[in-house]
Design a protein around this ligand. Sequence first.
Ligand code: N2P
Length: 347
Amino acid sequence: MKKTRILLLIVLVLSVGIALVGCGDDKPTLNVYNWGDYIDPEVINDFEKEFGVKVNYDTFATNEDMYVSIAKGGTNYDVTFPSDYMIERMIAEDLLAKIDKDKIPNLQYIGERYLNLDFDPNNEYSVPYMWGTVGIIYNKKMVDDVVDSWDILWNEKYQGQILMLDSQRESIGVALKKLGYSMNTRNMDELEAAKEELIKQKPLVYAYVGDEVKELMVGEEAALAVVWSGDAVAMIRENENLAYAIPKEGSNIWFDNMVIPKNAPNKELAEEFINFMNRPEIAARNAEYIGYSTPNTQALELLPEELKNSDVAYPSDKAIENTEIFLDVKDVLTIYDNIWLEVKSHR
Ligand code: N2P
């Protein structure tokens, strides 16, 4: 008697298992590789339901991490989200598929200033997703100096209360700008000086962080942090003591686009997804949820007044006149890599 029951149980478990696997099998899958905290999760569910597909969703924290996974092979992502300089590099290294623009009618909603940028001159390989700046978020209760210069991140008064971005181009870029150099410099003396500057700053730095910056700043565990503007919007929404500034020495303006890796198993579904993400209603939901700035002009219209009018998310031309887009630094890339390694490992 007991034996039959156990046997029945085994049969039951096996058949449920087979049914589940079977189910997963008939649905086409889309493998998406995005930054952490960079989409309204409901949007993924809606795409799955509407298109009758399964989305596998993985995240990364920096362009460099994303690049390594794609370039070393062995991954099968259909869509990923690099920034400008990384798109430039991935095109040059033949890692991206050309996108069939006829499949992306919603490109019509993208504002002209976000199209045909130098890193992908005819948008043959990439479709805009979000854009923004790099700046300093600070707690007005904890900082009594004016925040208008990168210098404040080297002020000993704020020792242990400064967060830097755990991302090499941004951190090296901040040091370069502080010194009055371009964030895209290929000059060895300037790069060496930036490295020294970051090493000098290190005792003041509480931590080099990614998405955790939001919790730390909202929880008032640090006074100042280098952040991407969209995260600043999300943080200010949670804690009104926080404010954002783009330092006067200048900063980085960036553009994150959606791309299809050359070895994507499901390019057609990837194009459906990219088009879906640019439906004004969907683009607006993402922009509102994450706080980042949408390049989709119709989506912008759908945003709540408060967000639409935020000068953190949608700065004036004047506020960004002193910003640079990162370029692929090509032959000096290993210098940048080594500087970052040295800074991070310095004790
Ligand atoms: C979101 C990261 C935004 C990427 N967590 C800025 N390029």
